[in-house]
Design a protein around this ligand. Structure first.
Ligand code: NAG
Ligand code: NAG
Ligand code: NAG
Length: 385
C-alpha cells in the first residue's frame, strides 16, 4: 500500500491512540450501564469448595447436616447472581478448601461454575487455603486465568512481584458517554499470601513491598490518565481494593464506629507491612474488601478509607448455625453532568445479601460520595484542645 506523506505524519498519533486504547481495556471493556449509570460488584468470600455433593457443611444445625453440601454454596451463588445481576463477581480467596479437594482443578471448575454458566465477568484472587491440595499457588492461579469469562490475571507483565494474582481492572464510562475511553472506577486485586515465610515471624502472610510498588505505580498512572485530556478531571477516579487477609488496621473499630458485626478476632498478619499507609498516600482508594474471618462482616472508616469484610459465603467453611451465609454487594453510581451526560462516579454504596428464605438485604450504607464541589466531603474536624 502506498503511504501518502499526509498519512505518514499521522502514524505516531495512531500508535499513541493504540497504546491509550489498550490501557483503557484492562478489564476487557467493562463499562458502566448506559441506562442506569450503575456498576455493580458481588463479592464472594471464602467458598471453601471441595468435592461438591459429597462434601458436607460446617456449622449448620444438626437437623440440616444430612441435606447440606457444597451444592448449597452453588445454589446460593445462583440465587444471588439472579437477584443482583452483577456486572462483575469478585471471589476473594479460599475459593477452594485445598485440604479436602480431591482434584483442585475440578473443585475450582465447580466453585466458579455459576458465574461461568451465567456468563458473568468474574475475577478471583487467592486466600490461604487454595493451594492446600495438589496445585501450588501459582498452579491454582494459572488454572483460574484460563477459565471462561474470567478477567483474572496471573501478574503484571514485566515486573518482578511477590505472589500470584496481582492485577487491576478498569471500568469505563457507558457507551456513548464522554467517559467511554476513560477508567472511571479502578479495581485493584492483590495476593495477600498464605503464611509467613520468615522463620522468626509466625502467622499469616502479608502484602509485600514489591506488590505495594506495583500498586503505587498503577494507581499513579491511572490518576495521571484520568486527569489528562480528553475530559481531564480534577479529582482521581475512586479505587476499590480486593484481597483476602484483613490488614492490622481492621482492628481500629468497635461497634460504635462500624456497620455490621465482629464476632471473632481480626486474623491479620502479626506484622504490619504498611499497605494501609501506601493506600492512604496514593489517595484514590475509597474502600478495601477482604474475607478470611467468616464471622466478621463489618465496614469501618479509617483515614478516609472504608475497611470492609464480606462475611463467609460457603457452607464447607466454618460459620455459625443460625447466622446466614452472606455476600457483599457494591454499587457505584455515576453523576450526570450539566449537559445531561454520564460523568464520573458520584457515590459507592454497599449492602449484604443473606442466604435466608428472602435473600434479605441488610446494612445498606454509602461508602463514599463525591462532595457537591467535586471534592470529597470533609468530616467535621474536632475542636482543638
Ligand atoms: C441445602 O440445600 C438443600 C437442597 O436444596 C436444602 O433442603 C437445605 O435446606 C439446604 N441447607 C441449608 C443449611 O441451607
Ligand atoms: C474513544 O476512542 C475511540 C477509538 O479510539 C474513538 O473513535 C472515540 O472518538 C473516542 N470517544 C471519546 C468520547 O473520546
Ligand atoms: C472507634 O471508637 C473507639 C471507642 O469506642 C475508639 O477507641 C476508636 O479509635 C474508634 N475508631 C475509629 C477508627 O474512629
Amino acid at each position: 500500500m502506498e503511504i501518502k506523506s499526509s498519512n505518514r505524519t499521522l502514524f505516531p498519533c495512531f500508535f499513541l491512540l493504540i497504546i491509550a486504547t489498550n490501557m483503557a481495556m484492562r478489564g476487557e471493556g467493562l463499562k458502566f450501564n448506559k441506562k442506569t449509570g450503575e456498576f455493580k460488584i458481588v463479592q464472594v468470600a471464602d467458598m471453601h469448595y471441595a468435592d461438591g455433593r459429597s462434601t458436607g457443611c460446617l456449622d449448620v444445625f444438626p437437623n440440616q447436616e444430612a441435606t447440606c453440601s457444597d451444592l448449597n454454596t452453588t445454589d446460593f451463588l445462583y440465587r444471588v447472581f439472579r437477584a443482583e445481576n452483577p456486572d462483575l463477581v469478585v471471589f476473594t480467596g479460599d475459593n477452594i478448601f485445598g485440604f479436602d479437594a480431591t482434584d483442585p482443578a475440578k473443585s475450582m471448575n465447580m466453585a466458579f461454575a455459576p458465574a461461568m454458566a451465567l456468563k458473568l465477568p468474574w475475577a478471583a484472587i487467592l486466600g490461604n487455603h487454595d493451594q492446600e491440595s495438589s496445585l501450588s499457588r501459582e498452579g491454582v492461579m494459572r488454572h483460574i486465568v484460563t477459565m471462561p469469562h474470567t478477567l483474572s490475571r496471573l501478574n503484571p507483565d514485566g515486573s518482578e512481584i511477590d505472589g500470584y494474582g496481582n492485577y487491576n481492572i478498569e471500568i469505563s464510562g457507558p457507551e456513548g458517554s464522554p467517559f467511554i475511553n476513560k477508567s472511571v472506577l479502578n479495581l485493584y486485586f492483590l495476593d495477600s499470601g498464605d503464611y509467613s515465610t520468615v522463620p522468626s515471624i509466625t502467622g499469616y502472610g502479608w502484602i509485600k513491598p514489591s506488590q505495594q510498588v506495583w500498586f503505587q505505580k498503577t494507581s499513579s498512572q491511572l490518576q495521571k490518565m484520568y486527569k489528562s485530556a480528553p475530559h481531564a478531571q480534577k479529582e482521581s477516579a475512586p479505587g476499590l481494593v480486593y484481597f483476602h487477609i484483613p490488614l492490622p488496621e481492621y482492628s481500629s473499630f468497635d461497634s460504635s464506629n462500624f456497620t455490621g458485626v465482629r464476632q471473632e478476632g481480626i486474623s491479620s498478619a502479626s506484622i504490619n507491612s504498611g499497605f494501609f499507609a501506601t493506600m492512604v498516600e496514593a489517595g484514590d482508594v475509597k474502600a478495601v474488601f477482604t474475607g478470611h474471618d467468616h464471622l466478621n462482616d463489618f465496614c469501618g472508616k479509617l483515614t478516609g478509607i472504608e475497611l470492609c469484610y464480606a462475611g463467609g459465603f460457603g457452607y464447607h467453611a466454618y460459620g455459625k448455625a443460625g447466622w446466614s451465609r452472606r455476600t457483599r454487594v457494591v454499587s457505584a453510581l455515576l453523576e450526570k453532568t450539566t449537559d445531561g451526560q454520564w460523568g464520573g462516579v458520584k457515590s459507592v454504596k454497599t449492602w449484604k445479601r443473606l442466604d435466608d428464605q428472602y435473600l434479605s438485604t441488610i446494612d445498606s450504607q454509602v461508602l463514599w460520595s463525591k462532595g457537591p464541589t467535586g471534592r470529597r466531603k470533609k468530616s467535621p474536624s474536632p475542636t482543638p484542645p
